[in-house]
Design a binder for this molecule. Sequence first.
Ligand code: H79
Length: 479
Amino acid sequence: MTNSALKKFMKSKFIVALAAVSLTAKVFAGAPVETPRQHDARMEWWREAKFGMFIHWGVYSVAAGEWDGKTNYAEWIMESAQIPASRYEQFAKEFDPVKFDAKTFVKTAKDAGMKYVVITSKHHDGFGMWPSALTDWCIKSTPFQRDPLRELSDECRKAGIKFCLYYSIMDWHSSDWGTRRAWNDVATGTPDMDRYTDYMKGQLKELVTRYHPGVLWFDGEWESPWTHERGVDLYNYLRTLDPKLIINNRVGKARAGMEGMDMGKERVGDYGTPEQQIPVGGFGPGVDWETCMTLNNHWGYNKHDDHWKSPETIIHNLCDIASKGGNYLLNVGPTSEGLIPQPSVDRLAEVGAWMKVNGEAIYDSGPTPFGAEAGTFSATEKDKSGKPKFIPAWDWRATTKPGKIYLEIFKWPRDGKFEIAGLQSKVTKAWLLANGKKLKVEQTAAGVSIVLPAEAPDKIASVICLKIKDQTAKVAVQK
Ligand code: H79
């Protein structure tokens, strides 16, 4: 299987690399005292879950992304189109999502293989999707005399799905948010961030005590009225209200742009939040993060947006993210009638069919032992220059569990074998998740070669499970 040149190459160029460079240390500061074990216990369900549904739903869905002849709006429409708050308030009068059925939402998430749901309780427009005692700018002021958060949280609990809430710190409607828009014609007095923070705490207390969210997902923290100190104080307040709560990093100010990870010392919150992107190379072990992403090009409902991601893209993203140690929070934007758009439902159903067969490789998995980005080298084949043939990472991904490696193969090899150089742990068994079919493995010091059937069992991603003798895979990775 090997030749002496290859052996020499491996000796000189391979290094044992089990840990990637960590760009970001663990993210939490100013938290109520918690041992690492207690922290792991609190994060446990979230780390196992891997795949969740984001729901961007609010009165902006009435506009359906269109205003004054322009059609590229969604949940940012109030700001982007500079709609006077008094006019924007009319959307609430027209928000009557009578077709909303929480059971259907939860079924769509569950059938997709999702384990948690994060719904916007309040987006940047400040509108509350629950009957708040602290403001009329909420679901109380719509014809829809129901409580969607109550209904959804109840159904989630019944279905074993974790119910979680998004909450925007920035508020374009409030009189007290520190950077008041010129078109906020309903605001009065002078903005007062202390009063605003009290209001937020009051609303969040309502949300935590009524709906018991597993996660509070903050956003809109970047404007200057919000400070690190306020972030730490809010984090501590909420963890005191519910010690089990998980809170994302956007409660604080340390997020580095849309990469979503905290840089510098002033870290707050429990996990990083890359937005619309998958971090190159991941962050190595010990860093919790979640990529949030849209299914088309908008978060909130936009009736003109047909740029749907393919099931292939979504499944590959899910594998990619898991192989880098992250979670995938995938968004739907329901209509003002209360329906998840059918193209979203269709795609999620396809992902769910894949997860039903292959979910074992994703849930509760750890990152790849082979290095997140580079790919690997063939154990036997050479390229034109005589070097071991490079197998680029876009052809496959890997995830791990104690004593197991899962290979998610995107592009089925045409030569009937899949090869990984550098795997030093003894493979005792190999099989396809799709049909349980056992696969022949040849292993030498250079790596393994897995003999495959001619046809891929899954045209999007076929998963091979390798049982290995070590609990943690030993791998020599080419630098
Ligand atoms: O709720 C969805 C979007 O409406 C919201 N986040 C997702 C989950 C979102 N808010 N803003 N954006 C998306 C894009 C805004 C980016 C910027 Fe910035 C705000 C660019 C400059 C200020 C964030 C903070 C990136 C750099 C600093």
